[in-house]
Design a protein around this ligand. Sequence first.
Ligand SMILES: Cc1cc2nc3c(=O)[nH]c(=O)nc-3n(C[C@H](O)[C@H](O)[C@H](O)COP(=O)(O)OP(=O)(O)OC[C@H]3O[C@@H](n4cnc5c(N)ncnc54)[C@H](O)[C@@H]3O)c2cc1C
Length: 417
Amino acid sequence: MATLLILGAGTAGTMLANKLRRELSDDWSITVVDQDNRHDYQPGYLFISFGTYAPGRVTKERWAQLHEGIETVEGRITGVDPDARTVSLADGRTLGYDWLVIATGTRIHPEMVAGLTDERIWHKKAFDFYTLGGSIALHDALEKFQGGRLLVHIAEMPIKCPVAPLEFAFLADDYFRRRRMRHKVDITYVTPLDGAFTKPVSSRALGKLMVDKSIRLATDFDVEAVDPATSELTSFDGRRLPFDLLVTIPPHKGADFLVGGKLADAMGFVEVDKTTLRSVHYDNVFAVGDATNAPTSKAGAVAHFAAEQLAENLLQAFAGEPMTHEFDGHANCFIESGARKALLIDFNYDTEPLSGVFPAPVVGPLRLLRESRVNHLGKLGFEQIYWRMILPGRPIPGIPVTMSMAGKVPAAQTKDK
Ligand SMILES: Cc1cc2nc3c(=O)[nH]c(=O)nc-3n(C[C@H](O)[C@H](O)[C@H](O)COP(=O)(O)OP(=O)(O)OC[C@H]3O[C@@H](n4cnc5c(N)ncnc54)[C@H](O)[C@@H]3O)c2cc1C
């Protein structure tokens, strides 16, 4: 019997295992490893911060999302030996494999910013919303906030869901308006990038939205430290930004067991060929989702498109055939902008987010890089699509796995809009 071992049963690992179980014969065993039995719908953390979702809404049993015929192992992975083809767990168990897929995602490391986790401010004045605990604590802080300087801050790239901090800033504007205290809150978006987002067309559109919402923008901010005594965020070029409330996206790294190993870069992201997702070091090792060093967004939608292509390639590789499916870095993300509206961006390795309509030319109905109610409904609907279609590994009708130019306005035509 041949063995496929999948490390991590989050978005990508769960979807891939379910999809492959339907395709592979009983001569194949599929085993999935994860450290606990709690699967969170992470986009929900944003809504928990503002009290729109109750914390219990985002969590389901992890193992219940995996289909019959998939073996599950609960334990913390501590190492991979790709030469011996073994994976070790914290409790001393060792698992062997013929083929390995790493889908252990990425997580935040607030301790990497000097002063941030100082007990005088961490989860008192400085918060994350990238963990369940962080978003619950932040909700409490927002409810008690009586006004002052709010910094929404990205420490460094890459981060997962690079639009989530933008959404936080827009929703904060809306939240304080609804509490009739927006005039008491000074919101600044602090980013290491040279604009509101990574690419020119979307950066201009999102930057304009910030101006409309009176959100200040501090760019090229290379964070040095947080000063817990004075509640200031400092940069290497000498800027000091005082805050009454800091909402930060700390640095991200791959899983600890990958850092310093044979498969990953210095930050623990698995080094892969960006189209096949095969390890550049070992032919029987692949990675998918946030765990890779592929130069696209780290997002659930990306993990979904990538897992679709990887599943097809793995079936070919298992059969000894050449892999013919290419992941193009396709990303598709809703950006909540407050007042029950949202924007949508759709892009890949080669094409930046453009304006236009999605998924069908002319009729849309979703609008690219423009606010609309329909986009907001799309964002809310994504939750059910996640549990009912993405995790079970079912295709989403009408949404192409590779990016399409249908409905998009080329960059040259949108420059001055
Ligand atoms: C606040 C927030 C908002 C977001 N909003 C969106 C959005 O609107 N749209 C979107 O597309 N994406 C969004 N995302 C991103 C999305 O949730 C992730 O990109 C997606 O879950 C990545 O899937 P993954 O399978 O690669 O990693 P994960 O789903 O994180 O799964 C990784 C798994 O590996 C396991 N693991 C890690 N290390 C070990 C170990 N040592 N031993 C055992 N198990 C281990 C973990 O327990 C976890 O289950 C958001 C994320 C956050 C935090």
